[in-house]
Design a protein around this ligand. Structure first.
Ligand code: SAM
Length: 229
């Protein structure tokens, strides 16, 4: 299982380059309204399930590690009848997302500016209908593979919060990440539905910053689709 919140380590980056003045404004003015309340252990020490009533019965989708938020805003704009929650601890990424939300004028999304595991703790069972995991941190060294998202603890938590029939999409440029995904995801309760390489992205895919970087550096995309059984 995922470790209890107080014993969790986060190994990624939380801060990057100095934020531009406009990005500081987005964080100061927009984040609080879009932030999901009651997710952090500080705000919800008893880890009570989130009240999803504000989403008014709309299908709930989840993007894990949204980076600069371009894919998330695209999906929210293309699917106005759903509500999309994004989790991302990297402040510069959150600021980029907020800028994109202002530009696109979308309102059917919510942000958890932190570790997705804190969100898993408080999401009720079986509420998420679609999940995007785009270019998760690769952790290339063998001794770090257990930090990857596609490991038993994260996947058990994901399986608990997803509805039967939910779609789980994984994009990665790392062949060994594909191997581990194919090995670990099915036993967690998801059937492989589709596996594609370069040129085989989903019809509604929007290429992300990380994918563009991978392509520039000669790494090839892989697109995997699973269905929650
Ligand atoms: C390689 S980047 C890809 C970003 C984006 N999805 C893209 O395709 O451009 C992986 C992202 O996952 C985020 N991440 C890593 N661990 C996470 C966690 N436990 N919860 C939420 N996000 C996480 C990182 O902060 C980082 O922004």
């Amino acid at each position: 299982m995922v470790e209890p919140a107080e014993r969790r380590n986060f190994y990624g980056r939380v801060h990057g380059k100095t934020l531009r003045a406009a990005q500081k404004t987005y964080l100061a003015e927009d984040l609080e309204a879009l932030r999901l309340k009651g997710v952090t252990p500080a705000e919800n020490p008893a880890r009570m399930p989130l009240d999803l009533a504000p989403f008014a019965g709309r299908p709930l989708w989840l993007e894990i590690g949204f980076g600069g938020g371009e894919h998330m805003v695209h999906m929210a704009a293309e699917n106005p009848a759903i509500h999309l929650i994004g989790a991302e601890p990297f402040v510069n990424g959150i600021a980029m997302l907020l800028g994109r939300i202002r530009a696109a004028g979308v309102s059917n999304l919510a942000i958890h500016p932190g570790d997705v595991r804190d969100l898993f703790d408080v999401l009720p069972d079986g509420v998420v209908r679609k999940v995007f995991l785009n270019y998760p941190d690769p952790w290339p060294k063998a001794r770090h593979h257990r930090r990857r998202f596609v490991t038993a603890g994260y996947l058990a938590a994901l399986a608990r919060v997803t509805a039967p029939g939910a779609e789980f999409r994984v994009a990665t440029d790392i062949p060994d990440y594909v191997r581990q995904t194919l090995e670990q995801v099915p036993p967690a309760g998801f059937l492989l539905e589709r596996q594609a390489g370069p040129g085989g992205a989903w019809d509604d895919w929007l290429s992300t910053r990380y994918e563009q970087k991978a392509l520039r550096e000669g790494r090839l995309p892989h697109y995997l689709t699973f269905r929650r059984s």
